[in-house]
Design a protein around this ligand. Structure first.
Ligand SMILES: [Zn+2]
Length: 390
């Protein structure tokens, strides 16, 4: 397997960055030409400003730290960030995750509460009031649940439903990192969006799901029907660190960008390649749930919605994947461990543990891994599991 040795992003960073201010990035110049809310950063990366928030590619909300680094360095990294530069002995052989727990602020439970400075352990999430108080709450939740379960069944990513639970650790006082999942209906200024990875600053980050993300209506120009939750999967994958497939640095070997149909900067900015601090695996993945379809219905992005934004080299159209492809799964399995929610500090693994090549660990391998995560003890204390329903 060909592996790009670009380094992983923000989500690996230990950063003590105030999430308060610096939303405006010094040096970022407003795009005078279009008089739109697009901003060209010093690095040349074009981002979109909506209210006080900045977005990349339409649906990726940037943290202040991400915006700052995109501005200054053109890459995803946070100040004081700790990069994982490739396989090393401090990483778990199955996951490539650092397994040192003695880093000062060990949370009470690594699974459900997460660590404020690192990757997600379990992805702590809540349903926002826009979901729970909505007249269509049951069906919205059902579709979100389908997406959550789909990701869990095909990868090591695990979610923990913390709706109604504390947002600040009562012992250590830090804000738990968590995702609030919102339903924004047909709101025009927010479509669907997510922050990339876990905000190292901790606290709440949001996924905003538009009507079309939750209630899919068939586009007859597409050759197949998407599900009511494919877009939700896409946004959840952003939240665990994944970027768009069409931004691969080597994508020009696989696709042709139809620049004459792309409006500048709304369309062209969606195809600015990512050249650093992110790992793509394998070759271009036309089945990725993170790739865009060739056709878009958004006339703010293209001049002609019946013409593609980009195509395969043979001129045929690309359809966004409807669920996790093998390479999507491979990416997720590099960086996640399938925890079971517990009330104690024991790190219990789910029955199925994927290795970094997507194969399933044998029962013995699973137990060995579990022991390695728990000072050599492979046996969870009885009674520690807690409910975790979506
Ligand atoms: Zn996206």
């Amino acid at each position: 397997m060909k592996k790009y040795i670009f380094i992983l992003l923000t989500i690996f960073c230990i950063a003590a960055i105030s999430c308060k201010k610096n939303r405006s990035s010094e040096g970022a110049s407003d795009n005078a030409k279009s008089n739109s809310n697009f901003v060209t950063l010093k690095s040349g990366i074009i981002v979109e400003k909506r209210g006080n928030d900045y977005f990349l590619d339409g649906d990726i909300q940037l943290t202040p730290a991400q915006l700052k680094y995109l501005d200054e360095k053109g890459s995803f990294e946070t100040e004081g960030g700790k990069k994982i530069t490739g396989p090393e002995m401090s990483l778990n052989p199955i996951t490539n995750l650092p397994i040192n727990l003695a880093d000062g602020t060990v949370p009470r439970n690594l699974g459900i509460n997460g660590d404020p400075y690192r990757l997600w352990a379990m992805v702590r999430f809540t349903y926002g009031s826009s979901v729970t108080n909505n007249p269509k709450s049951a069906i919205i939740r059902a579709h979100i649940k389908q997406a959550l379960l789909e990701i869990q069944s095909k990868s090591n990513v695990r979610f923990y439903n913390a709706t109604g639970q504390p947002t600040v650790d009562p012992t250590y006082g830090f804000a738990y990192p968590y995702i609030e999942i919102n339903y924004v209906g047909t709101s025009s200024d927010v479509s669907e969006s997510s922050i990339i990875g876990r905000n190292p600053a901790g606290g709440k980050q949001t996924i905003n799901l538009a009507d079309f993300a939750v209630f899919y209506s068939f586009d007859p120009r597409e050759t197949y029907e998407r599900s009511d939750y494919a877009t939700i999967i896409h946004e959840l994958c952003h939240a665990v660190g994944m970027m768009h497939e069409q931004k691969r640095p080597d994508r020009d070997n696989y696709v042709n960008i139809n620049t004459s149909n792309l409006k500048n900067p709304a369309g062209t900015s969606q195809f600015q390649p990512i050249t650093s601090n992110y790992s793509y695996f394998g070759s271009y993945d036309f089945n990725s749930v993170m790739g865009y379809s060739s056709l878009t219905s958004s006339s703010s992005i293209v001049y002609d919605v019946n013409q593609p934004m980009y195509t395969k080299k043979d001129g045929t159209n690309i359809n966004q994947g409807t669920t996790l492809s093998d390479l999507d799964r491979l990416w997720l399995n590099q960086y996640h461990i399938p925890y079971i929610a517990r009330s104690d500090v024991y790190r219990e693994l789910d029955a199925t543990v994927y290795k970094t090549d997507n194969t399933i660990a044998t029962p013995q391998e699973r137990l060995q891994f579990q022991a390695s995560l728990n000072n050599g003890n492979p046996n969870p204390p009885p009674g520690g599991q807690i409910p975790n329903n979506f």
